[in-house]
Design a protein around this ligand. Sequence first.
Ligand code: A3P
Length: 282
Amino acid sequence: SLCYLKMDGVLYPPMPGYSSHLKRVQDFPCRKDDVWIFGYPKSGNHWLWEMVNMVLKNKPEFEKDIMERFLVDFEDLQSPDLTRDSQRVLVSHLPLQHAPRGVFQKEGVKVIYVLRNPKDAVVSAYNHLASVTDDFRRLSFSDFLGLFMDGNVYYGDWYEHVTSWYLRSQGNRNILIVKYEDMKRDLLKEVTRVAAFFKKPLDLDTAESIAHACTFTRMKSCKRECNEKWREDGLIHSVYRKGQVGDWRNWFSPEEDEEFNRRHKERMACCADLTIDFVLNE
Ligand code: A3P
């Protein structure tokens, strides 16, 4: 059986000190110029984080740090990184109901929610967890898929996560939804959308060079170069694994796919106007 923490029915990774953190994070003091990226794990959080930073800096320059350092979930709230004066780009996998209240209450705070089709997200999560934890290595993909479909995975049920964030974003000018599949289809367009959301003027040359820097191969090789730690522990290979739409086809059996589609339709009924692409047609 897997180790986990549980808060209000949502499972979280069993990290030391994490359960008190989950309670404290709800009172995290937001600043009026904070930018938050929320997303279910393995949905393209690293990708979007890097792109948003480039848009805000107005140049295609990779962050020197790894995103995990800014993932507030793992941070001591007193960390100097979070108390410095410059604009913060914070990242979190928290479901809506566990997010810091300030995100919604503090005027000016902007949120981007990153959304990826759940078939590729579950494949990506399985590969990631199996590469870092023995517990998960012992599970087959089918076992993991069963846990995922029942919502018994870290950060909770995919459908609850996505539908609650999506519904909250509707009619809210401070929350932008960005889809992984849209970034794969036309990254330049999403770069431009993100800049417009922040009301940042961005000339076409810069937008193009940001889109170019953020392609999978460029990003993987640049991040490998700029971080020592990643070279050591191999994390780079799971954070930048394949970067494709539709890898799920290599993992789901036809029966699993059929069952998944049935449940998917049921669970997405509350968000009928939200389209999720499982296949990228080019
Ligand atoms: P795969 O495991 O399917 O390759 P997160 O950042 O939320 O942990 O998500 C990781 C997933 O995003 C991985 O998916 C990773 O390869 C993919 N990814 C990261 N950077 C990307 C990029 N520049 N282009 C496309 N996919 C990217």
